[in-house]
Design a protein around this ligand. Structure first.
Ligand SMILES: O=C(C1CCC1)N1C[C@@H]2C[C@H]3C[C@@H](O)[C@@H](O)[C@]2(C1)O3
Length: 130
């Protein structure tokens, strides 16, 4: 009903705020767009669920997420995929993994500093009702 729609609108605003903060951070430019699977032909053999910051924004607008936890599961794919696909001691791999850990820490710090646990509980309860 109406108050549920209001809560979901507030959730989408919250998730856009998080994602836009990360999207605008120059450290995370490499995570803003999908990996180019033409330039990286084996990527989809290694990474089964590609994810990136622009895809998160698209998913938010398509009402894919009705709880913060569902959003975090997709957002965590971004940095986890980077660690999985770039595991070597080569300098570029190390640089990508450093950026992946920075993305993980920034994502979870923004959520911790802005998310009211009671709000997430209300979203989870609504999910159970549906
Ligand atoms: O994993 C990634 C992105 C970095 C975080 C997401 N890529 C896989 C390729 C390996 C490495 C070097 C380039 O081949 C470039 O295409 C990629 C892009 O970086």
């Amino acid at each position: 009903e109406e108050q549920e729609e209001d809560m979901q609108r507030e959730l989408r605003c919250f998730l856009r705020h998080i994602t836009e903060r990360l999207y605008l951070d120059r450290r995370f430019k490499t995570f803003t767009k999908p990996v180019d699977t033409v330039q990286v032909p084996d990527y989809l053999q290694v990474i089964k669920q590609p994810m990136d910051l622009s895809s998160l924004l698209t998913n938010i607008d398509k009402h894919k997420y009705i709880t913060v936890n569902e959003f975090v599961r997709d957002a965590d794919l971004i940095w986890n995929n980077a660690l999985t696909y770039n595991p070597d001691s080569a300098t570029l791999d190390r640089k990508i993994r450093h950026r992946a850990h920075a993305l993980k820490d920034a994502l979870h710090a923004i959520i911790r500093e802005h998310l009211d646990p009671e709000f997430e509980k209300a979203c989870e309860a609504m999910k159970e009702r549906r």
